[in-house]
Design a protein around this ligand. Sequence first.
Ligand code: ZN
Length: 409
Amino acid sequence: MKKSVLKKYAKLIVRVGGNVQKGQDVELLIGVEQELLATYIVEECYKVGARKVNVRWQSDKTAKVAYKKATVKALSTMENYEIERQRYLSEKLPVMIYIESSDPDAMKGVNQAKIAKVSQNVYPIIKPFRKMRENKYQWIIAGAASPEWAKKVFPDLPKKKAVEALWDAIIKTSRCDNDDPIKAWKEHNDDLKKRTTKLNSLNLDYLHYTSKNGTDFKVWLLPNVNWLAGGEEALGSNIFYNPNIPSEEAFTSPCKGKAEGIVYSTKPLSYMGELIEDFSVRFENGKAVEVKAKKGEELLKQMIKMDENACYLGECALVPFDSPINNTGILFFNTLYDENAACHLALGRGFTNLVKDYHKYTEEELIKMGINDSQIHVDFMIGSKDLSIVGYTRDGKKVQIFKDGNWAF
Ligand code: ZN
């Protein structure tokens, strides 16, 4: 990737994504192969006045060795310095910048049950810290092309060409392939805002999804929960930031325990470093009661049993079939991109900050209202070319929301 484009991308991530402010701390999590992008991001953070930028280097390869060789007990132990880091994150509220470049198959060959066990053990330890900082800090997830990921997306291209092609796709779908990406994002945010304003004005009771692939599914919504798209504000500081680059979705958290019917996946799902493909999920009383998959069925079954609420929904997101990401025709094998290419649902944790005046309630009260709480939040794609979504309003009107895979209004 050209250095000038990479710099522009770093600027977009820092100024629009995290919207880093003068005096703030930043924590950057990034793959070891992305040193140049990391340098530009760090530089840009200091340019806007960051106090301190901490970089945490990530490596799939060393993580894989650790999962193979270390004991569950060792992997599940949070050392004191890690606890202190959690405390720092919750008290200082640094802006979190996550750059994803992982190989979608990174953990292939590792015992999935072991990975799940470790995350089940660690979660209760970090949960109180996470609850402390929830909704209060700015964060951003963006992508970067690594050779392993690029080869998965473009298996027929030589490594170097594959990396170039993936970078091109990342830059394009991130609306960074123009003279002024910051302005392009302002326009994009304004457009998304129009969609959510309309959705919020409808006062929807439930949505009915149907598609020729067999999807026939109803999901109920909560009266005091908003639809959101693009950016949001951190609680307390009111700093507007864009947590995902790219982002094309309008999403809400549905009512826990109220969903019926079956949905069929329209894209593979990369979960814990492995792929789940051609699957269906059947819901009864809001609960995923039956899952089937041509590939990765065991992993999918394990996923919905991660904790007692992993089988309930946390998100409904609307993305037009004609989204810029879907139009690239590329399957990214990465949720950040693939979720923004198609309508999706997420199993697991919902978004408490979508509740109107959520800051007036405790976390427990928000969960009681019907927002799901779980250690997982896994998006899976169900958008298809002929998907129809009909909304039923609380005053008994029927409104076409999606027609032939795209917005009906
Ligand atoms: Zn989503």
